[in-house]
Design a protein around this ligand. Structure first.
Ligand SMILES: C[S@@+](CC[C@H](N)C(=O)[O-])C[C@H]1O[C@@H](n2cnc3c(N)ncnc32)[C@H](O)[C@@H]1O
Length: 205
């Protein structure tokens, strides 16, 4: 897996784009709902939204977290986090300016979602390992995109983030397994790229 990513350049890139992000980047609600339907989130789940940007997932997560659920928005771009906070406020939501590779939290998560963000992580193995540590037993991790891999990689090629590649789904599934996840759903089609892994702990020994 390619690791030439300059985290500072990625942060600068997203900081500069943050203010216009919601005007320029359009998401299809039906596709987001379809992707989240694989996660079966209980109403009181604690969910980590990695590479949250301006908080595009927040309203969709709130549809599901009708109980005492909490959303944690995580992004190294201070401008993205500032906009997310301005848009969505503090009720049931916490905000952190950090990279997933370094992030720690005092409680475990039921679910960790990387929506349109995984290609930008500078150290993908470390990111997946840390997400494993941050999850409860039985918790789910999801790498989700509303387009297939070819289109996403073509799009990144034309941007400054040209090194930020999405790996073939089989390579990512292998990395998940190396770290300890059981892949429970994987798809790379024209419309979606999704990999969902479960933290299954084996007590048989
Ligand atoms: C393409 S944007 C997607 C934002 C949002 N999820 C959306 O779909 O609108 C990718 C986001 O990932 C963030 N990011 C980059 N490297 C990261 C890392 N190591 N850990 C967490 N987030 C990261 C960027 O700052 C950026 O906001």
């Amino acid at each position: 897996m390619e690791e030439k990513i300059n985290a500072k350049a990625v942060k600068d890139f997203f900081d500069q784009r943050a203010e216009n992000w919601d005007k320029e980047v359009h998401h299809q609600p039906a596709k987001i709902r379809h992707l989240l339907s694989f996660l079966d989130l209980p109403p009181s789940a604690r969910v980590l939204d990695v590479g949250s940007g301006t908080g595009v997932l927040v309203p969709y997560l709130k549809e599901k977290l009708t109980g005492e659920g909490t959303i944690i928005e995580l992004d190294p771009s201070s401008s993205m986090i500032e906009i997310a906070r301005r848009k969505w406020g503090e009720e049931g939501i916490e905000y952190f300016e950090a990279e997933i590779e370094e992030f720690s939290y005092d409680k475990k998560f039921n679910c960790i979602i990387c929506y349109s963000s995984f290609p930008h992580f500078k150290d993908k193995k470390r990111a997946v390992q840390n997400m494993f540590n941050l999850l409860t037993e039985g918790g789910l991790v999801a790498v989700l995109h509303s387009e297939g891999r070819d289109r996403i990689n073509q799009h990144h090629q034309t941007q400054m983030v040209g090194f930020d590649h999405l790996p073939p789904i089989a390579s990512l599934a292998l990395l998940f397994q190396e770290v300890g996840f059981t892949p429970i759903h994987q798809e790379d089609s024209e419309d979606y790229y999704l990999l969902i892994g479960k933290k299954v702990v084996d007590f048989s020994d």
